[in-house]
Design a binder for this molecule. Sequence first.
Ligand code: FES
Length: 91
Amino acid sequence: MADVTITVRPNGSFRVEGPIKLVDGNGAEWDLAGKPAVSLCRCGASTKKPFCDGAHTKIGFAAAEAAVVAQDPAAAQAVKGDNAPKAAPNS
Ligand code: FES
């Protein structure tokens, strides 16, 4: 079982729970000491990026992502979006 859980909140942030290290593009680390979880902005409107400040509610951010559980291999292939051309059958 994973030590970290990331929850995609409906119309909101990514909630990250568990032991993580959060760094910027230069490798500098945010001090998350004492925080068992953080919420990361995915709407782009937060003034405290990368953290969510609740601005998503003010801008009407809408996102309906949900995990899809494939029931059979054909459905799983469809979820992966495999549209590669198939070889022509021999005639
Ligand atoms: S997701 Fe909350 S401010 Fe962007």
